[in-house]
Design a protein around this ligand. Structure first.
Ligand code: MEV
Length: 313
């Protein structure tokens, strides 16, 4: 029997990094997915095949000894085959560019947790999310859990570490243009850099957290009104806070300027240090914004909100 699951990637619209320190963030799932197929095997081995490489190991290895971006899958499979005689084969297919802040690793954890655990029986979305966050922690221990949450439930949501998520009911009519810097980044190391910034600048960081909370509060009102133009101004303001905590660089700043030529606002999304930015548009300036990036030879594409979240087959 094969078990299949698919989960969407994500964009953090507002509040990345500050969410790690308890501030509310606003995220949405996007219409680019990770598909995972899992199957029990006679051979007592865990094997994973993906476009970024393969991994085949005996069960019960120590996670800290595994040096592979595929280790969340190993963790999940190994957990599930305790007290069993078989192994597991996993195939991962991705429509999401990997490691660029669009939630590829969270979507892997969510789709992996669903596909693998369903080989052994029924499981709720809440339990899948819990497993996915455990698996994500094998590569990035201090995760806020925001990314796995939106990849599980889809749509657009507010999230904070203490109260969890709350779906935003309005269906905003904006479009996001994503541009990729093609600079690889590690969420773990950028989050560690922000922690250093915070430790050196406690008062300034606390003030920024307050500003970000206030901004998110205003954004929630603007989303209800579908006020894309003013939302763009909030995007620009949020980018200033991200500049202050040191997760930007010259390439990202150049891309944001290109985005600002025609869109309502542009900012880094996700950990920063590399990865992607997004520009906020509506129908009136979507094509022109894409053209701006294409003229400068940046890889770019537009995404829509995915309202489905995790899907299982
Ligand atoms: C990464 O996509 C988002 C961060 O806020 C980290 C986290 O929330 O765990 C940078």
């Amino acid at each position: 029997m094969k078990s299949k699951a698919s989960a969407p990637g994500k964009v953090i619209l507002f509040g990345e990094h500050f969410v790690v320190y308890g501030v509310k963030a606003i995220l949405c799932a996007i219409n680019k997915r990770i598909n995972v197929t899992a199957e029990k095997s006679q051979e007592r081995k865990i094997s994973i095949k993906s476009s970024i490489g393969n991994l085949a190991l005996e069960p019960n290895k120590s996670i800290s000894e595994i040096d592979s971006p595929l280790k969340p899958f190993y963790y999940l499979a190994n957990k599930m085959i305790q007290n069993q005689n078989n192994g597991i084969k996993i195939i991962v297919e991705s429509e999401i560019p990997l490691g660029v802040g669009l939630g590829s690793s969270s979507a892997c954890c969510v789709a992996g947790a669903a596909a693998i655990s369903r080989l052994f029986g029924k499981i709720s979305k809440e339990e899948i999310l819990k497993l996915a966050i455990e698996a994500e922690k094998t590569i990035f221990e201090n995760t806020s859990g925001a990314d796995c949450t939106v990849c599980t439930y889809g749509g657009i949501m507010e999230f904070d570490k203490e109260s969890g998520f709350n779906k935003i009911k309005s269906k905003p009519n904006f479009h996001l243009v994503i541009a990729n810097s093609n600079i690889e980044h590690s969420t773990k190391s950028v989050v560690a850099r922000v922690r250093e910034f915070k430790e050196k600048n406690e008062t300034q960081f606390a003030t920024l957290c307050n500003y970000e909370s206030e901004l998110v509060r205003e954004v929630l009102g603007l989303l209800k009104e579908n006020n894309v133009k003013e939302l763009g101004e909030k995007v620009i303001q949020n980018q200033e806070y991200l500049e202050t905590i040191g997760i930007s660089n010259d390439r990202l700043r150049e891309m944001i300027q290109i985005g600002l030529n025609k869109s309502f606002g542009a900012k880094i999304t996700g950990a920063g240090g590399g990865g992607c930015i997004f520009a906020l548009t509506d129908e009136s300036n979507l094509d022109q914004t894409i053209m701006q990036f294409k003229e400068k030879n940046y890889e770019c594409f537009s995404v829509k909100i995915d309202f489905k979240g995790l899907d299982t087959f």
